[in-house]
Design a binder for this molecule. Structure first.
Ligand code: CP
Length: 316
């Protein structure tokens, strides 16, 4: 593997999950793989888990790590070609990506959707700018359209908590005061498409995800019906794709103990950060079926398996 932009960049997700579970047992077994190699982690947006888990994964592989909060510390970058740069943008991605490629062996980038235009966000200009101009492997730490490291961590967590070949997994929308990107939900769906799981997506009408991503997935607008017999409830808010960037605080979609009782004693999952008692009641989040802390822990091993595969195939 050279770049990790989408979950489909993994040739075999089941093998990657197995490998991550082994890495979890022996996290420093491959310390030599990253010796004298450097990863640059570039953040155009805030992060707790992605920043620390990717750093930890790189350290476990013996790498040096450089982190830059690009939006606060870097020059404002221009991503369009052929423009007159006489406004707020000081540096073009063309130079920036090539310069960073001289300092690092891998570059990982976080740059969220702006949620003003689906046409613009679908171009994923930041990650694609690095792909176009960097001469080193590029890792997606959440782009405008996807968060594959999160999806891989979620797949590892599900594998660790079921013996079933076809567990029923429900991806449920939940309310939120702010408009949030669809990236986590997109990658979760893309990941599920690659597994044998039976899954249902439930959300209010008008909150459909990009149909190119959901493909033939089952959509159920009745949340309580969707929850019946579920083994995993994966909760996430996303803003509307069809009415792009519009959000809703419809509290009838909040996750409660009463709704979880409709399931097959389902595990509760969320990528975090989560707004307590807005998205999900304390009683669910603090209950014995919650997996949110385990999911966050698995972010390290998801990142580690990805970085290991890139280092093993390095073509620099
Ligand atoms: N889930 C996740 O990506 O968390 P951070 O935004 O804190 O990195």
């Amino acid at each position: 593997m050279n770049n990790f932009i989408n979950i489909s960049d993994l040739k075999d997700i089941d093998k990657a999950i197995e490998e991550a579970i082994l890495l979890k047992k022996h996290p420093t077994k491959y310390q030599n793989i990253g010796k004298n190699k450097t990863i640059g982690l570039l953040f155009f947006n805030s992060s707790l888990r992605t920043r620390l888990s990717t750093q930890k994964a790189a350290i476990n592989l013996g790498m040096n790590v450089m982190v830059m909060n690009f939006s606060k510390e870097g020059w404002a970058l221009e991503f369009d070609d052929g423009v007159l740069m006489n406004s707020s943008k000081s540096e073009h991605i063309k130079e920036a990506a090539q310069v960073i490629s001289q300092y690092c062996d891998i570059v990982a980038v976080r740059a969220f959707a702006e949620l003003k235009s689906s046409a613009i966000d679908n171009q994923d200009k930041v990650i694609n700018g690095f792909l176009k101009y960097a001469t080193i492997p590029v890792v997606n730490m959440e782009s405008a359209t996807g968060h594959p490291l999160q999806a891989l961590a979620d797949a590892i967590t599900i594998a660790e908590h079921t013996q079933k070949k076809q567990p029923k997994i429900v991806l449920s929308w939940a309310p939120h005061p702010n408009a949030l990107p669809q990236a986590v939900a997109n990658s979760f769906v893309e990941m599920l498409h690659q597994t044998s799981a039976s899954f249902v997506i439930t959300h209010p009408k008008g909150f459909e995800l990009n149909s190119e991503i959901t493909k033939n997935a089952t959509i159920e607008y009745n949340q309580e019906k969707a929850f019946e017999n579920a083994d995993f409830i994966y909760v996430k808010n996303w803003s509307s794709y069809t009415n792009y960037g519009k959000t809703s605080q419809d509290e009838t979609w909040k996750i409660t103990i009463a709704k979880m009782k409709l399931t097959n004693q389902a595990k509760f999952m969320h990528c975090l950060p989560v707004r307590r008692n807005v998205v999900v009641d304390d009683a669910v989040l603090d209950g014995e079926n919650t997996l949110v802390i385990q999911q966050a822990n698995n972010r390290t091993y998801a990142a580690q398996v990805v970085l290991k595969k890139i280092l093993e195939n390095e073509k620099k």
